[in-house]
Design a protein around this ligand. Structure first.
Ligand code: GLU
Length: 433
Protein backbone atom coordinates (compact mmCIF):
# COMPACT_ATOMS: atom_id res chain seq x y z
CA UNK A 1 0.00 0.00 0.00
CA UNK A 2 1.21 3.57 -0.62
CA UNK A 3 2.98 5.37 2.20
CA UNK A 4 1.06 7.86 4.35
CA UNK A 5 1.09 11.45 3.09
CA UNK A 6 2.47 12.75 6.45
CA UNK A 7 5.51 10.48 6.08
CA UNK A 8 6.12 11.55 2.50
CA UNK A 9 5.91 15.16 3.76
CA UNK A 10 8.46 14.48 6.52
CA UNK A 11 10.90 13.10 3.94
CA UNK A 12 10.26 16.04 1.61
CA UNK A 13 10.85 18.57 4.39
CA UNK A 14 14.37 17.27 4.98
CA UNK A 15 14.96 16.88 1.19
CA UNK A 16 15.48 13.10 1.48
CA UNK A 17 15.23 11.16 -1.77
CA UNK A 18 15.66 7.46 -2.53
CA UNK A 19 19.37 6.65 -2.30
CA UNK A 20 20.17 9.36 0.26
CA UNK A 21 21.54 8.45 3.68
CA UNK A 22 19.05 9.34 6.42
CA UNK A 23 18.88 8.95 10.20
CA UNK A 24 15.60 7.95 11.86
CA UNK A 25 15.27 8.82 15.54
CA UNK A 26 12.42 7.07 17.29
CA UNK A 27 12.09 7.18 21.10
CA UNK A 28 15.63 6.41 22.22
CA UNK A 29 16.56 4.37 19.11
CA UNK A 30 18.50 5.71 16.13
CA UNK A 31 18.95 4.01 12.76
CA UNK A 32 21.03 5.25 9.87
CA UNK A 33 21.02 3.94 6.33
CA UNK A 34 20.18 4.45 2.67
CA UNK A 35 16.55 5.35 2.01
CA UNK A 36 14.99 2.55 -0.06
CA UNK A 37 12.02 2.74 -2.43
CA UNK A 38 8.67 2.11 -0.70
CA UNK A 39 7.51 -1.44 -1.37
CA UNK A 40 3.85 -1.97 -2.24
CA UNK A 41 3.68 -4.86 0.26
CA UNK A 42 4.89 -2.64 3.13
CA UNK A 43 2.49 -0.98 5.56
CA UNK A 44 1.73 2.70 5.01
CA UNK A 45 3.76 3.87 8.05
CA UNK A 46 7.02 2.08 7.13
CA UNK A 47 10.27 3.59 5.92
CA UNK A 48 12.80 1.05 4.70
CA UNK A 49 16.50 1.76 4.96
CA UNK A 50 19.54 -0.29 3.96
CA UNK A 51 21.96 -0.50 6.90
CA UNK A 52 25.74 -0.43 6.45
CA UNK A 53 25.70 -4.21 6.98
CA UNK A 54 23.64 -4.56 3.79
CA UNK A 55 20.46 -5.55 5.62
CA UNK A 56 17.21 -3.76 4.89
CA UNK A 57 15.05 -2.83 7.86
CA UNK A 58 11.58 -1.36 7.92
CA UNK A 59 10.92 1.22 10.62
CA UNK A 60 7.42 2.25 11.69
CA UNK A 61 7.26 6.04 11.71
CA UNK A 62 4.83 7.99 13.85
CA UNK A 63 4.24 11.68 14.54
CA UNK A 64 7.06 11.85 17.10
CA UNK A 65 9.66 10.13 14.89
CA UNK A 66 12.40 12.47 13.68
CA UNK A 67 14.05 12.09 10.27
CA UNK A 68 17.40 13.72 9.44
CA UNK A 69 19.20 13.89 6.12
CA UNK A 70 22.79 12.72 6.63
CA UNK A 71 24.11 12.76 3.05
CA UNK A 72 22.77 13.13 -0.46
CA UNK A 73 23.49 10.16 -2.75
CA UNK A 74 26.57 10.05 -4.95
CA UNK A 75 26.15 9.00 -8.57
CA UNK A 76 28.29 5.97 -9.23
CA UNK A 77 30.39 5.33 -12.29
CA UNK A 78 28.38 2.20 -13.18
CA UNK A 79 25.22 4.17 -13.85
CA UNK A 80 26.77 6.21 -16.61
CA UNK A 81 28.57 3.35 -18.38
CA UNK A 82 27.46 2.24 -21.83
CA UNK A 83 27.25 -1.38 -22.96
CA UNK A 84 30.66 -2.24 -24.46
CA UNK A 85 30.98 -3.74 -27.96
CA UNK A 86 33.83 -5.89 -29.25
CA UNK A 87 33.48 -7.06 -32.82
CA UNK A 88 35.63 -10.15 -32.19
CA UNK A 89 33.11 -11.53 -29.71
CA UNK A 90 29.80 -13.28 -30.47
CA UNK A 91 26.64 -11.31 -29.74
CA UNK A 92 23.88 -12.81 -27.66
CA UNK A 93 20.40 -11.49 -27.20
CA UNK A 94 18.89 -11.30 -23.71
CA UNK A 95 15.09 -11.20 -23.74
CA UNK A 96 13.72 -10.46 -20.28
CA UNK A 97 10.35 -11.87 -19.23
CA UNK A 98 10.36 -11.10 -15.52
CA UNK A 99 10.85 -13.02 -12.31
CA UNK A 100 13.60 -12.55 -9.78
CA UNK A 101 16.40 -13.03 -12.29
CA UNK A 102 15.24 -10.13 -14.48
CA UNK A 103 15.64 -7.71 -11.62
CA UNK A 104 18.78 -5.67 -11.27
CA UNK A 105 20.37 -4.00 -8.33
CA UNK A 106 20.12 -0.24 -8.22
CA UNK A 107 23.69 0.73 -7.44
CA UNK A 108 22.56 3.78 -5.46
CA UNK A 109 20.33 1.95 -3.03
CA UNK A 110 21.09 -1.71 -3.40
CA UNK A 111 17.36 -2.17 -4.00
CA UNK A 112 16.19 -4.75 -6.50
CA UNK A 113 14.13 -3.37 -9.38
CA UNK A 114 12.62 -4.93 -12.44
CA UNK A 115 14.90 -3.99 -15.31
CA UNK A 116 13.13 -1.83 -17.84
CA UNK A 117 15.95 -1.21 -20.29
CA UNK A 118 18.72 -3.04 -22.06
CA UNK A 119 21.45 -1.33 -20.04
CA UNK A 120 19.92 -2.19 -16.68
CA UNK A 121 19.54 -5.87 -17.52
CA UNK A 122 23.01 -6.22 -18.94
CA UNK A 123 24.71 -4.35 -16.12
CA UNK A 124 23.15 -6.63 -13.53
CA UNK A 125 26.03 -9.01 -14.33
CA UNK A 126 28.80 -7.04 -16.08
CA UNK A 127 31.03 -10.17 -16.22
CA UNK A 128 28.99 -11.28 -19.24
CA UNK A 129 30.74 -8.59 -21.32
CA UNK A 130 34.02 -10.52 -20.97
CA UNK A 131 32.37 -13.35 -22.89
CA UNK A 132 30.23 -11.72 -25.49
CA UNK A 133 28.42 -8.66 -26.73
CA UNK A 134 24.94 -8.22 -25.38
CA UNK A 135 21.84 -7.00 -27.13
CA UNK A 136 18.94 -6.92 -24.82
CA UNK A 137 15.26 -6.17 -24.55
CA UNK A 138 12.47 -6.59 -22.03
CA UNK A 139 9.60 -8.59 -23.57
CA UNK A 140 7.61 -8.86 -20.34
CA UNK A 141 7.95 -7.94 -16.72
CA UNK A 142 5.84 -10.70 -15.22
CA UNK A 143 5.72 -13.18 -12.42
CA UNK A 144 5.84 -16.43 -14.32
CA UNK A 145 2.58 -17.76 -12.86
CA UNK A 146 0.86 -15.06 -14.96
CA UNK A 147 2.41 -16.22 -18.22
CA UNK A 148 -0.07 -17.60 -20.75
CA UNK A 149 -0.02 -19.35 -24.10
CA UNK A 150 -0.05 -16.02 -25.97
CA UNK A 151 3.18 -15.04 -24.16
CA UNK A 152 4.91 -18.25 -25.32
CA UNK A 153 3.77 -17.56 -28.87
CA UNK A 154 5.00 -13.95 -28.88
CA UNK A 155 8.27 -14.99 -27.22
CA UNK A 156 8.89 -17.60 -29.93
CA UNK A 157 8.55 -14.89 -32.59
CA UNK A 158 11.00 -12.59 -30.76
CA UNK A 159 13.55 -15.40 -30.36
CA UNK A 160 13.31 -16.40 -34.04
CA UNK A 161 13.82 -12.77 -35.06
CA UNK A 162 16.86 -12.36 -32.81
CA UNK A 163 18.51 -15.54 -34.11
CA UNK A 164 17.70 -14.70 -37.72
CA UNK A 165 19.21 -11.25 -37.17
CA UNK A 166 22.52 -12.82 -36.23
CA UNK A 167 22.44 -13.51 -32.48
CA UNK A 168 24.68 -16.46 -31.59
CA UNK A 169 22.14 -17.50 -28.98
CA UNK A 170 19.29 -16.14 -26.90
CA UNK A 171 19.05 -15.98 -23.11
CA UNK A 172 15.59 -15.75 -21.56
CA UNK A 173 15.57 -14.67 -17.90
CA UNK A 174 12.29 -16.06 -16.54
CA UNK A 175 10.48 -16.57 -13.23
CA UNK A 176 11.29 -20.04 -11.97
CA UNK A 177 7.76 -21.23 -11.14
CA UNK A 178 6.66 -21.91 -14.71
CA UNK A 179 10.06 -21.81 -16.38
CA UNK A 180 9.76 -25.51 -17.24
CA UNK A 181 6.44 -24.97 -19.03
CA UNK A 182 7.84 -22.11 -21.13
CA UNK A 183 10.95 -24.15 -21.97
CA UNK A 184 8.79 -27.08 -23.09
CA UNK A 185 6.41 -24.85 -25.05
CA UNK A 186 9.23 -23.04 -26.88
CA UNK A 187 10.73 -26.44 -27.76
CA UNK A 188 7.62 -27.17 -29.84
CA UNK A 189 7.06 -23.66 -31.22
CA UNK A 190 10.59 -23.02 -32.54
CA UNK A 191 12.02 -24.96 -35.46
CA UNK A 192 15.47 -25.25 -37.05
CA UNK A 193 17.28 -23.36 -34.28
CA UNK A 194 20.50 -21.70 -35.46
CA UNK A 195 21.67 -21.19 -31.88
CA UNK A 196 20.92 -22.18 -28.30
CA UNK A 197 17.82 -20.79 -26.61
CA UNK A 198 18.65 -20.71 -22.91
CA UNK A 199 16.06 -20.15 -20.19
CA UNK A 200 17.44 -19.10 -16.86
CA UNK A 201 16.03 -18.10 -13.49
CA UNK A 202 17.05 -17.35 -9.94
CA UNK A 203 15.73 -18.79 -6.71
CA UNK A 204 17.15 -15.95 -4.60
CA UNK A 205 17.09 -12.31 -5.61
CA UNK A 206 20.28 -10.48 -6.42
CA UNK A 207 20.31 -8.38 -3.24
CA UNK A 208 20.78 -11.52 -1.10
CA UNK A 209 24.24 -12.82 -0.34
CA UNK A 210 23.12 -16.32 -1.36
CA UNK A 211 21.75 -15.19 -4.71
CA UNK A 212 22.12 -17.61 -7.59
CA UNK A 213 21.29 -14.92 -10.17
CA UNK A 214 24.82 -14.01 -11.24
CA UNK A 215 26.17 -17.57 -11.63
CA UNK A 216 23.06 -18.68 -13.49
CA UNK A 217 23.14 -15.71 -15.87
CA UNK A 218 26.86 -16.06 -16.61
CA UNK A 219 26.45 -19.81 -17.24
CA UNK A 220 23.42 -19.17 -19.47
CA UNK A 221 25.35 -16.53 -21.43
CA UNK A 222 28.27 -18.96 -21.81
CA UNK A 223 25.97 -21.60 -23.32
CA UNK A 224 24.22 -19.06 -25.56
CA UNK A 225 27.46 -17.49 -26.81
CA UNK A 226 29.74 -20.47 -27.24
CA UNK A 227 27.87 -23.79 -27.50
CA UNK A 228 26.69 -25.46 -30.72
CA UNK A 229 23.38 -26.56 -29.21
CA UNK A 230 20.34 -26.08 -31.42
CA UNK A 231 17.71 -26.71 -28.73
CA UNK A 232 15.78 -24.93 -26.02
CA UNK A 233 17.60 -25.57 -22.75
CA UNK A 234 17.41 -24.51 -19.11
CA UNK A 235 20.59 -23.55 -17.26
CA UNK A 236 20.43 -23.43 -13.45
CA UNK A 237 22.58 -24.22 -10.41
CA UNK A 238 23.78 -27.84 -10.43
CA UNK A 239 24.09 -28.10 -6.66
CA UNK A 240 23.55 -25.87 -3.66
CA UNK A 241 27.01 -24.35 -3.65
CA UNK A 242 28.45 -22.26 -6.47
CA UNK A 243 30.38 -25.04 -8.21
CA UNK A 244 28.66 -25.72 -11.52
CA UNK A 245 25.50 -25.11 -13.49
CA UNK A 246 23.53 -27.83 -15.21
CA UNK A 247 22.23 -27.70 -18.79
CA UNK A 248 18.79 -29.34 -18.98
CA UNK A 249 16.77 -30.14 -22.10
CA UNK A 250 13.71 -27.86 -22.20
CA UNK A 251 11.21 -30.70 -22.51
CA UNK A 252 12.64 -32.80 -19.66
CA UNK A 253 13.13 -30.36 -16.84
CA UNK A 254 11.12 -29.55 -13.74
CA UNK A 255 11.37 -27.34 -10.67
CA UNK A 256 11.60 -29.80 -7.77
CA UNK A 257 12.19 -27.51 -4.82
CA UNK A 258 10.55 -24.31 -3.66
CA UNK A 259 13.73 -22.60 -2.54
CA UNK A 260 16.93 -24.59 -3.10
CA UNK A 261 19.29 -23.16 -5.67
CA UNK A 262 19.59 -26.54 -7.38
CA UNK A 263 15.81 -26.83 -7.65
CA UNK A 264 15.78 -27.83 -11.32
CA UNK A 265 16.36 -31.40 -12.43
CA UNK A 266 16.12 -33.39 -15.60
CA UNK A 267 13.45 -36.08 -15.46
CA UNK A 268 13.73 -39.50 -17.12
CA UNK A 269 16.99 -38.63 -18.82
CA UNK A 270 20.43 -37.31 -17.98
CA UNK A 271 21.06 -33.57 -18.23
CA UNK A 272 22.71 -32.46 -21.48
CA UNK A 273 25.77 -31.20 -19.69
CA UNK A 274 27.24 -28.64 -17.36
CA UNK A 275 29.10 -25.34 -17.15
CA UNK A 276 31.97 -25.33 -14.70
CA UNK A 277 34.63 -22.63 -14.35
CA UNK A 278 33.45 -21.15 -17.63
CA UNK A 279 33.86 -24.43 -19.56
CA UNK A 280 30.96 -26.32 -21.11
CA UNK A 281 30.92 -30.13 -21.01
CA UNK A 282 28.20 -31.84 -23.03
CA UNK A 283 27.77 -35.50 -22.18
CA UNK A 284 24.40 -36.42 -23.67
CA UNK A 285 23.38 -36.42 -27.33
CA UNK A 286 21.80 -33.13 -28.38
CA UNK A 287 20.50 -31.45 -31.51
CA UNK A 288 23.18 -29.28 -33.09
CA UNK A 289 22.48 -25.76 -34.27
CA UNK A 290 21.63 -25.29 -37.93
CA UNK A 291 22.60 -22.57 -40.36
CA UNK A 292 19.00 -21.32 -40.14
CA UNK A 293 16.68 -19.69 -40.83
CA UNK A 294 14.75 -20.28 -37.63
CA UNK A 295 11.02 -20.67 -38.17
CA UNK A 296 8.07 -20.68 -35.80
CA UNK A 297 5.01 -22.86 -35.72
CA UNK A 298 2.99 -21.36 -32.92
CA UNK A 299 -0.58 -22.66 -33.29
CA UNK A 300 -1.82 -24.16 -30.04
CA UNK A 301 -5.22 -25.43 -28.93
CA UNK A 302 -5.82 -23.79 -25.58
CA UNK A 303 -8.79 -25.91 -24.47
CA UNK A 304 -6.51 -28.39 -22.72
CA UNK A 305 -6.10 -29.14 -18.99
CA UNK A 306 -3.81 -31.11 -16.70
CA UNK A 307 -5.78 -33.07 -14.11
CA UNK A 308 -4.13 -34.57 -11.06
CA UNK A 309 -5.96 -37.72 -9.97
CA UNK A 310 -6.68 -38.12 -6.24
CA UNK A 311 -8.54 -40.78 -4.23
CA UNK A 312 -12.16 -39.71 -4.08
CA UNK A 313 -12.11 -37.93 -7.45
CA UNK A 314 -15.63 -37.88 -8.89
CA UNK A 315 -16.66 -38.29 -12.54
CA UNK A 316 -17.96 -34.70 -12.52
CA UNK A 317 -14.45 -33.52 -11.57
CA UNK A 318 -13.30 -34.34 -15.10
CA UNK A 319 -14.43 -31.47 -17.34
CA UNK A 320 -15.32 -31.45 -21.01
CA UNK A 321 -12.24 -30.30 -22.90
CA UNK A 322 -10.61 -30.82 -26.28
CA UNK A 323 -7.66 -32.36 -24.47
CA UNK A 324 -6.86 -33.60 -20.98
CA UNK A 325 -3.53 -34.73 -19.56
CA UNK A 326 -4.16 -36.97 -16.59
CA UNK A 327 -1.48 -37.27 -13.94
CA UNK A 328 -2.52 -40.72 -12.77
CA UNK A 329 -1.10 -42.91 -10.04
CA UNK A 330 1.92 -45.18 -10.48
CA UNK A 331 2.15 -46.73 -13.92
CA UNK A 332 -0.81 -44.63 -15.09
CA UNK A 333 -4.09 -45.37 -13.32
CA UNK A 334 -7.26 -43.67 -12.11
CA UNK A 335 -10.17 -45.10 -10.11
CA UNK A 336 -12.38 -47.55 -12.04
CA UNK A 337 -15.35 -45.37 -11.01
CA UNK A 338 -14.07 -42.75 -13.47
CA UNK A 339 -14.02 -45.16 -16.41
CA UNK A 340 -17.58 -44.42 -17.70
CA UNK A 341 -16.84 -40.66 -17.65
CA UNK A 342 -13.51 -41.13 -19.42
CA UNK A 343 -15.20 -43.37 -21.99
CA UNK A 344 -17.93 -40.82 -22.69
CA UNK A 345 -15.50 -37.91 -23.00
CA UNK A 346 -13.32 -39.81 -25.48
CA UNK A 347 -16.42 -40.83 -27.49
CA UNK A 348 -17.39 -37.15 -27.62
CA UNK A 349 -13.96 -36.21 -28.97
CA UNK A 350 -11.76 -35.39 -25.96
CA UNK A 351 -8.17 -36.58 -26.32
CA UNK A 352 -6.92 -37.98 -23.01
CA UNK A 353 -3.22 -38.59 -22.33
CA UNK A 354 -2.05 -40.53 -19.28
CA UNK A 355 1.06 -39.43 -17.41
CA UNK A 356 2.20 -40.32 -13.91
CA UNK A 357 2.29 -38.34 -10.71
CA UNK A 358 5.42 -40.37 -9.89
CA UNK A 359 7.35 -38.13 -12.31
CA UNK A 360 10.25 -40.54 -12.62
CA UNK A 361 9.69 -43.63 -14.75
CA UNK A 362 7.46 -44.45 -17.68
CA UNK A 363 3.72 -44.93 -17.86
CA UNK A 364 2.75 -48.52 -18.60
CA UNK A 365 -0.98 -49.13 -18.70
CA UNK A 366 -0.60 -52.74 -19.81
CA UNK A 367 0.46 -54.15 -16.45
CA UNK A 368 -2.82 -53.95 -14.49
CA UNK A 369 -6.40 -54.38 -15.66
CA UNK A 370 -7.22 -50.81 -14.57
CA UNK A 371 -4.65 -49.57 -17.09
CA UNK A 372 -5.72 -52.02 -19.81
CA UNK A 373 -9.32 -50.78 -19.44
CA UNK A 374 -8.13 -47.22 -19.99
CA UNK A 375 -6.23 -48.25 -23.12
CA UNK A 376 -9.37 -50.06 -24.37
CA UNK A 377 -11.49 -46.91 -24.17
CA UNK A 378 -8.81 -44.87 -25.96
CA UNK A 379 -6.64 -43.22 -23.31
CA UNK A 380 -3.22 -42.57 -24.87
CA UNK A 381 0.03 -43.18 -23.05
CA UNK A 382 2.22 -40.18 -22.22
CA UNK A 383 5.13 -42.65 -21.99
CA UNK A 384 8.07 -40.97 -20.21
CA UNK A 385 6.85 -37.39 -20.59
CA UNK A 386 6.41 -34.96 -17.73
CA UNK A 387 2.71 -34.03 -17.32
CA UNK A 388 3.52 -30.40 -18.14
CA UNK A 389 5.43 -31.38 -21.28
CA UNK A 390 2.55 -33.65 -22.34
CA UNK A 391 0.25 -30.65 -21.74
CA UNK A 392 2.08 -28.25 -24.06
CA UNK A 393 2.67 -31.01 -26.60
CA UNK A 394 -1.04 -31.89 -26.64
CA UNK A 395 -1.92 -28.22 -27.17
CA UNK A 396 0.49 -28.10 -30.11
CA UNK A 397 -0.58 -31.45 -31.56
CA UNK A 398 -4.32 -30.63 -31.38
CA UNK A 399 -3.67 -27.47 -33.38
CA UNK A 400 -1.75 -29.40 -36.05
CA UNK A 401 -3.30 -32.87 -36.45
CA UNK A 402 -6.06 -33.39 -38.99
CA UNK A 403 -7.72 -36.41 -37.39
CA UNK A 404 -7.63 -38.85 -34.49
CA UNK A 405 -5.02 -41.04 -36.14
CA UNK A 406 -2.79 -38.00 -36.70
CA UNK A 407 -3.14 -37.00 -33.06
CA UNK A 408 -2.16 -40.47 -31.91
CA UNK A 409 0.78 -40.63 -34.25
CA UNK A 410 2.10 -37.17 -33.36
CA UNK A 411 1.72 -37.81 -29.64
CA UNK A 412 3.84 -40.96 -30.04
CA UNK A 413 6.48 -39.20 -32.16
CA UNK A 414 9.48 -37.60 -30.49
CA UNK A 415 9.30 -34.00 -31.72
CA UNK A 416 11.54 -32.05 -29.35
CA UNK A 417 13.42 -34.57 -27.24
CA UNK A 418 10.37 -34.99 -24.98
CA UNK A 419 10.22 -38.77 -25.16
CA UNK A 420 12.61 -41.62 -25.82
CA UNK A 421 11.97 -45.29 -26.50
CA UNK A 422 14.01 -46.29 -23.50
CA UNK A 423 14.39 -44.40 -20.24
CA UNK A 424 17.89 -44.50 -18.83
CA UNK A 425 17.63 -46.36 -15.54
CA UNK A 426 20.30 -44.17 -13.94
CA UNK A 427 18.31 -41.02 -14.72
CA UNK A 428 16.68 -40.91 -11.29
CA UNK A 429 17.53 -37.96 -9.08
CA UNK A 430 21.08 -38.30 -10.40
CA UNK A 431 22.06 -34.71 -10.36
CA UNK A 432 22.22 -34.19 -6.63
CA UNK A 433 24.09 -37.33 -5.66
N1 GLU B 1 6.59 -16.65 -8.66
C1 GLU B 1 7.71 -15.95 -9.19
C2 GLU B 1 7.97 -16.41 -10.62
O1 GLU B 1 8.04 -17.56 -10.93
C3 GLU B 1 8.87 -16.19 -8.30
C4 GLU B 1 10.06 -15.44 -8.62
C5 GLU B 1 11.04 -16.29 -9.38
O2 GLU B 1 11.18 -17.46 -9.14
O3 GLU B 1 11.70 -15.74 -10.25
O4 GLU B 1 8.08 -15.57 -11.45
Amino acid sequence: MPRKKEIEEKLKTVNADIGDIIRIIRNDEQHEGVLMPHHEFSDDDIITIKLKTGYNIGIAVDKKTEILLVQKQKTTEKQTKRIPYDQKKPTISIVGTGGTIACYIDYRTGAVHPASSAEELAFSVPEIFDLCNVKSQVAYQMLSENIEVSHWQALAEIIAKELNNGAAGVVIPHGTDTLGYTAAALSFLLKNLSGPVVLVGAQRSSDRPSSDAAQNLIAAATVAATSDIGEVVVVMHGEISDTFSTIHRGTKVRKFHTSRRDAFQTVNDLPLGKVENGAITLHAPYRKKTTGPVTTDTNMEEDVAILYFYPGMKPKDIPEKKGIVLAGTGLGHVSTKLLPRVTKLIKDGTVIIMTSQCLFGRVNMRVYSAGRDLIKVGVLSGEDMLPETAYVKLMWVLAHAKNKQDIEQLMMTNIAGETAERTKSNAFLQQNN
